[in-house]
Design a protein around this ligand. Structure first.
Ligand code: NAI
Length: 336
């Protein structure tokens, strides 16, 4: 069986090749992201694999289906970028990697928190300039602060554990509380209480119609002055324009972002020779208290091994009619 890998990146090559070999699958690497224009490159591939920045809208899926594709294997857990209704209509099965390394993402969220809090990004530049002064670098003890976690699934639960280990008081909001979190003393609250009481807010919910712009003007106004917000979930959970207004007003202490609403036009490529036309993103980059990484929270050896193994396992499972049901994306999940 042959699988076209859209948005194929060098860093994942050894992991994908090893996993494909072990399942007897042939790879067709395609560096371009999936779009209606690039979809015909996968002609005659029963399976294609896509990543978070790919355009898996109805026109792309229609073009894939016309070329004989029957399976879209996501190399990620989030599936908000796939038109699931179109996939169902076209008879395309969509599978994902439900969990690969929740530690990778949770640890990156905490890395952003620590870097922002202790201003590591600023100190690094200062020391390189032989400026050894400390003014403006003061942080706070994480110990004793209140951390509010939005979404306590696989990743959020690990974030709760790490922050509890720092001695934070951890509160959380999730329509489906996780007993693992409750067992370590996490207290579930409604969102207004979480916004009101948290010194640090970390987002770990999926992007759904219910969570789109969950952090908008009202939520930002309800937060503690000086709050730190970290988003490693999906960009659309935050209304970026409202965030910029709150940052300009000086109400937000700091912001760590691994994801951005319009990241599809920016992330995962080298644009250092280009002019960035997204003024909202450029404005975001000007704040000294905003730290942005380009969707790299998943990027650990352990996570890439697991992503490759699960993806190729899903493809082999489809070929052998034995896909683990939990890996099939169910359209009913969109409403969750
Ligand atoms: P998960 O499915 O295990 O957990 C998500 C949790 O969010 C569930 O407990 C769910 O009940 C909860 N939730 C749903 N709606 C909510 C709402 N309105 N308010 C609060 N909680 C809500 O997913 P997992 O593996 O923990 O991943 C979370 C998200 O992290 C993914 O959906 C994905 O968007 C993002 N992600 C980001 C990565 C990165 O590299 N930056 C890598 C992997 C995932």
């Amino acid at each position: 069986m042959r699988i076209a890998i859209f948005s194929f990146r060098k860093y994942e090559q050894p992991f994908l090749e090893a996993a494909a070999r072990s399942h007897g699958i042939e790879l067709l690497p395609i560096e371009a992201p999936l779009s209606p224009v690039t979809a015909p490159l996968a002609r005659d591939c029963t399976a294609v694999s896509v990543f978070v920045g790919d355009d898996a809208s109805a026109p792309s899926l229609e073009a894939l289906a016309a070329g004989g594709t029957r399976l879209v294997a996501l190399r990620c857990s989030g599936f908000n970028h796939v038109d699931l209704a179109a996939a169902e209509r076209l008879g395309i099965t969509v599978v994902r990697v439900p969990a690969y390394s929740p530690h990778a993402v949770a640890e990156h969220a905490v890395a952003l928190m620590l870097a922002l809090n202790r201003k590591v990004h600023r100190a690094f530049n200062r020391v390189r300039e032989q400026d050894f002064s400390l003014d403006g670098l003061m942080g706070f003890d994480m110990h004793g602060k209140t951390a509010g976690i939005v979404g306590t699934g696989e990743i959020g639960a690990v974030a709760c554990q790490i922050l509890a280990g720092f001695g934070c008081r951890v509160i959380a909001h999730d329509p489906r509380p996780n007993p693992r979190c409750a067992a370590i003393g996490v207290r579930y609250v409604e969102l207004p209480e979480l916004f009101r009481d948290s010194d640090i807010i970390s987002l770990h919910c999926p992007l759904t119609p219910a969570t789109h712009h969950l952090i908008g003007a009202d939520a930002l106004a309800a937060m503690r002055p000086g709050v730190m917000i970290v988003n490693t979930s999906r960009g659309g959970v935050i209304d970026t324009r409202a965030l910029i207004r709150a940052l300009k007003d000086g109400r937000i202490g700091s912001v760590g972002l691994d994801v951005y609403e319009e990241e599809g036009d920016l992330f995962f490529r080298d644009l250092s020779e280009s002019v960035i036309r997204d003024d909202v993103f450029v404005r975001l980059m000007t704040f000294p208290n905003v730290l942005i990484t380009a969707h790299q929270a998943f990027l650990t050896r352990e996570a890439l091994t697991a992503i490759a193994q699960t993806t190729m396992g899903n493809v082999a499972g489809f070929r052998d009619r034995r896909v683990p049901p939990a890996h099939i994306v169910d359209t009913r999940l969109i409403a969750r």
